[in-house]
Write a protein that binds this ligand. Structure first.
Ligand code: GDG
Length: 508
């Protein structure tokens, strides 16, 4: 199941050592909430694993034949916990990544993951709190902070310290995302200056401006900032996110000195370099999957479902920040304003269940089903169901749908990057049009080839849908080729390479 990681499967090895700067000889320790593999117990009691995570694993597995990599994560299944630690062969015995699972007690994990990381930090960083009503930070939240978030961050730091001491090579620590904001500080506290490895932390989700961070009580927001200012190289998806981080430190972290020109924070006698490294996709692996028999089968099914009509497509986790509800409302408004599209277009929404343990997500699923039902009741006919929703995790089906869209709708309220917006232009076969929210990280690179909308403006989204559906073929082709070119230039290997190059440049 997708939760907060983009999941895609590839059979090819990306760029090999192309992600490595010349002379780079450090072992990598990656720490993330999720591991690159999930284990299950077979009937005979043996442990089997399934390679699960996205482009980061693919890129790293390509590197794993050249450097030593250890990935530390929380166990998600009993079998993960039973496996505990060992080399996992991602393609063959030359491409192993050492995986180590941490097993916090269930209430500890619950507080860390389902109270603090999701929803508190996720909602805050996607500007989703309806502040007159939420969040309510009460005694239970503070308990979840102390006994959950702080505790799991300490657990990660302890495991990293052990691994650094066990590694004979010099090490680079790569922390991932909003689950682990405090780890770098604990590492600095636990290790003497001479044994401390450089720490890189990449934040996959947006970083809002300082005003929004006021929602968090000072003790929490200062702990987050203090933790991140213990990092040596801090990466964000966009330039705006990185500048917002510097502004937030200036507003909320006493004694932090911001240098905008060099994008650096000086705090507690230490420099944190702040950069943007827009994440991307594994282009070669995606192409290979797109050519598979599996995808061809789903393509026929979708072609049959859509028939001669045009196809508007969206693909998302069931996630309020993706703005799925307003997408249906915009489609409905488009049908109202432009009746010539009646019976001529199908809106296909592929939804992947996510975070169902969080109440807000369950409510959201019910609301979006009702919104889609409303469109179908108002406009559907005997042979036309305007909105089709398919729920479930099925990446080959998603790739097949991406090959066939006339219009791809990505209207997120806020999104760190949005990889669907990058995958579409690589595999689409119809010179389809991308409608892209101005609040996605993808906008920074894809704006020249997309129709940009403001995510709350349902009217503008409806008009963009109409514009896309009626666009002249030459214009469609020009935009589609431009998008294709931009994504091809900067794939997942380049994302990793930029980070490692910066580590070398800064002599960290
Ligand atoms: C977070 C940030 C940032 C789609 N259907 C299935 C499936 N997918 C793939 C998509 C895409 C990925 O999952 C989703 O990635 P997104 O970037 O769209 O969104 P998040 O999951 O919210 O990712 C985001 C990303 O991290 C990376 O930094 O871009 O902003 O929110 O590749 O095609 N995967 C599987 N089954 C499906 O049915 N396994």
């Amino acid at each position: 199941m997708i939760t907060d990681d983009p999941l895609q499967v590839s059979e090819s090895l990306p760029g090999g050592n192309q992600a490595l700067p010349v002379g780079f000889d450090r072992a990598l320790i990656i720490a993330a909430n999720r591991a690159p593999a999930t284990f299950s117990m077979a009937e005979d009691g043996s442990l089997q694993f399934e390679r699960g995570a996205g482009g980061l694993v693919t890129a790293l597995a390509g590197l794993a034949q050249h450097i030593d990599a250890t990935w530390i994560a929380c166990a998600q299944t009993m079998a993960d916990a039973a496996f505990r630690e060992g080399d996992v062969p991602f393609w063959n015995d030359d491409h192993t990544i050492r995986v180590q699972f941490l097993s916090p007690e269930p209430p500890t994990y619950e507080g860390y993951y389902n109270v603090i990381a999701n929803p508190l930090l996720w909602f805050l960083q996607h500007s989703m709190w309806n502040v007159p009503l939420a969040p309510v930070i009460n005694a239970a939240t503070w308990r979840a902070w102390e006994d959950g978030y702080v505790a799991v961050n300490r657990l990660f730091a302890e495991a990293i310290v052990k691994q650094v001491r066990a590694d004979s090579d010099p090490v680079l620590v790569m922390l991932q995302d909003y689950h682990l904001y405090l780890v770098a500080r604990y590492l600095r506290e636990r290790m003497r200056r001479r044994e401390r490895p450089p720490v890189l932390h990449f934040v996959h989700i947006p970083w809002p401006g300082p005003e929004y961070w006021r929602i968090l009580p000072p003790a929490m927001r200062q702990a987050v900032l203090d933790g991140l200012c213990a990092v040596d190289l801090l990466g964000f998806q966009t330039r705006e996110d990185s500048l917002n981080f510097i502004r937030t430190c200036q507003s909320h972290l006493p004694r932090a000195h911001a240098n905008y020109k060099h994008r650096r924070i000086w705090y507690r006698n230490h420099a944190t370099h702040v950069r943007d490294f827009p994440i991307s996709i594994d282009v070669a692996a995606l192409r290979q999957l797109a050519e598979s028999q599996d995808v061809a089968g789903y393509r026929s099914e979708i072609q049959e479902l859509v028939g001669e009509r045009q196809l508007v497509l969206r693909i998302d986790r069931i996630e309020p920040s993706k703005n799925i509800l307003r997408g249906f409302q915009a489609f409905e408004e488009m049908l109202e304003l432009h009746p010539e599209h009646h019976e001529q277009v199908t809106f296909l929404s592929l939804l992947v269940p996510s975070r169902l343990a969080v109440d807000e997500y369950q409510d959201y699923m019910a609301e979006l089903m009702a919104a889609a039902g409303h469109v179908n009741t108002a406009y559907g006919t005997g042979d036309w169901e305007p909105v089709r929703i398919l729920v479930g995790e099925n990446y080959p089906r998603a790739v097949a749908a991406l090959q066939l869209y006339d219009v791809l709708l990505v209207n997120a309220i806020a999104d760190g990057m949005n990889l669907v917006a990058k995958e579409g232009p690589i595999v689409n076969q119809r010179h389809g049009v991308l409608i892209l929210s101005e609040r996605t990280g993808a906008r920074q690179q894809l704006e020249p080839g997309a129709l940009i909308i403001s995510p709350c403006d349902v009217y503008a989204t409806a008009q963009a849908l109409h514009q896309a559906l009626t666009m002249a073929p030459e214009e469609r082709q020009e935009s589609a080729l431009r998008l294709h070119w931009v994504v091809e230039q900067e794939d997942m290997t380049a994302w990793l390479r930029h980070q490692l190059d910066t580590v070398v440049e800064l002599a960290l």
